[in-house]
Design a protein around this ligand. Structure first.
Ligand code: MRU
Length: 384
């Protein structure tokens, strides 16, 4: 389907850059940019050139590979313990990347997985008997670590595609042909791989000849709904109507919404869910009008180390995003106080179900999410 092949994140041909579709320019301009340095990587995430929890994780994984090539060369030039020097370098790169945005757990998850991959591979190689024909043991090991990391990044990307597809299948069982659906922010192909999460059931349903009437909240202040969700759904031929965030209550009251589908940036062990600012308000409205509220995301977005939503760090962003971004001139008095949290936490009591690639988790979430994560981990181990 048009839109599923957007290639929002990929490794550059020369393996020295990550290529992204610059989401900050959409829908007006389609520009792919090459990201090479740690500063460019940090900036691409911070300024939402690449955005959406899973896409940020995939991007970070490729970045860690690109940076590992340089780290290996630098570490091998050092007189001793090149492995330790290499790990120190990539951990530093990883910490820098992780500091770009705190809320979406997929960023830290992907970086930590890449560092662990390198560390485990080095430990495994250390255990093998040295072959003096092939140079110093540390050097020998280091020269092959970047390739192992590249393969891991590709695996993270492929896993996300498979997870999005599975989420779409499970989610599609929750909605019916002709349903009106409200979504907030953007959790489609641009934010993930291929089908997306919240938009997955809609796009998969469209492929199968089902028609939904989607209402997309514009999603102030960065307008991911207006700029990206409508763009993706239009391309896919889905009937989409853009509304301002403060119109959600009205369309629900009119009886036009049969279900709310949203993505997630981090789900706590009890089901409390961080997603784009405004999501919790939509959930409160849905409860009021008796409309089911579904959260969709890969099991890698579930953070069992966060017992509740209170433990999720919330990113605060530049007040000028509220005061002047997207306006031809500032629309509030200069210097007026602004509070600009990028995410909020929806209380688990407002969530009907959380859909992961493992299936549909229902309350009590600490049980159903725990089982989903454990199953995902078992599958991953079985695959290795
Ligand atoms: O600030 P953003 O645009 O990265 O926020 C994105 C969201 O909140 C999405 O809903 C979430 O990441 C899920 S994406 C599948």
């Amino acid at each position: 389907m048009d839109g599923l092949d957007m290639q929002n994140v990929r490794l550059g041909e020369d393996g020295k850059a990550v290529v992204i579709l610059d989401q900050s320019l959409l829908p007006g301009e389609t520009r792919y940019i090459e990201i090479r340095t740690p500063e460019e990587m940090y900036e691409a995430i911070r300024h939402l050139k690449v955005r959406g929890a899973p896409a940020i994780g995939i991007f970070a994984a490729y970045c860690m590979y690109v940076l590992s090539v340089e780290a290996a060369t630098a570490a091998m030039a050092e007189p001793e313990d090149s492995s330790r020097s290499f790990l120190k370098r990539i951990r530093k790169n990883g910490d820098h990347l992780k500091s770009s945005r705190p809320t979406a757990v997929n960023l830290a998850w992907a970086v930590d997985r890449m560092v662990l991959t390198a560390q485990t591979a080095l430990e495994d190689l250390d255990k093998k008997p040295a072959d003096p024909q092939q140079g110093e043991a540390g050097e020998r090991a280091l020269s092959i670590i970047p390739e192992i990391m590249r393969q891991e990044a590709v695996k993270i990307h492929e896993e996300d595609m498979a997870m999005c597809r599975a989420i779409a299948e499970h989610g599609l069982t929750l909605i019916e042909d002709g349903d009106g659906i409200l979504t907030h922010c953007n959790a489609g192909p641009l934010a993930t791989s291929q089908y997306g999460t919240a938009l997955g059931p809609i796009l998969l349903g469209k492929e199968r000849g089902l028609d939904f009437k989607v209402f997309a909240d514009e999603t102030r202040p960065l307008l991911q709904g207006a700029r990206l969700t409508t763009y993706e759904l239009n391309r896919a031929g889905v009937d989409v109507t853009l509304i301002c965030d403060n119109m959600a209550s009205m369309v629900m009251k009119n009886g036009w919404i049969k279900a709310c589908l949203v993505g997630c940036d981090r789900v706590a062990a009890n089901g409390d869910t961080a997603n784009k600012i405004g999501t919790s308000g939509v959930a409160i409205l849905a409860k009021h009008y008796g409309i089911p509220f579904y959260v969709l995301g890969p099991s890698s977005t579930v953070d069992l180390d966060c017992p509740t939503g209170d433990d999720i760090p919330i990113e605060l962003r530049d007040p000028d995003e509220i005061r002047e971004k997207f306006y031809s001139r500032p629309m509030a008095p200069e210097g007026v106080g602004c509070y600009n949290p990028a995410f909020d936490v929806t209380d688990s009591s407002l969530i009907t179900a959380i859909v992961t690639e493992q299936g549909i988790c229902r309350p009590p979430f600490h049980e159903s999410l725990g089982e989903a994560v454990a199953r995902a981990e078992r599958q991953k181990k079985g695959m290795r």
